[in-house]
Design a protein around this ligand. Structure first.
Ligand code: FAD
Length: 96
């Protein structure tokens, strides 16, 4: 935003990679999200990108995952969070 206003900007980063908490740890062909997994509040990204005359889809492609998320309770119980809201209502009702 400051660069857009004409200021000369230097970005300093202590890690050897950009992205901060939105990083990935990879080992033996497996990738682990080290921070955010959910694409929350898309309008925030849209508004920010619009400040620079861009849309999110100009820079990255979103793919809906199903299941969106898998939760492990100990060694045996696994619960999948679906991408379909109605399915999740049913799932949460089962827990209640
Ligand atoms: C486990 C986990 C799960 C999360 N899940 C979600 C999610 O599902 N959805 C979601 O929207 N959000 C999620 N979040 C929150 C999200 O990750 C953060 O809100 C977001 O990454 C913050 O971005 P940021 O650029 O403000 O800060 P950061 O990503 O923390 O970036 C700060 C940067 O500054 C650098 N830095 C720090 N100190 C210095 C220094 N002295 N000199 C130079 N560089 C420095 C750091 O190395 C880092 O690159 C999650 C966070 C965690 C930890």
């Amino acid at each position: 935003m400051l660069a857009k206003e004409g200021h000369n900007i230097t970005v300093l980063e202590k890690n050897e990679f950009a992205g901060g908490r939105a990083s990935v740890y990879s080992e033996e062909g497996f990738n682990f999200d080290m921070g955010p997994s959910w694409y929350l509040m898309p309008d925030v990204y849209e508004n920010f990108f619009a400040e620079f005359g861009k849309k999110p889809e100009d820079l990255f492609e979103l793919k809906r995952l199903d299941p969106s998320y898998r939760i492990f309770f100990g060694d045996t119980k696994v619960v999948d969070i679906a991408s379909d809201l109605e399915e999740n209502y049913k799932l949460f009702d089962e827990f209640e």
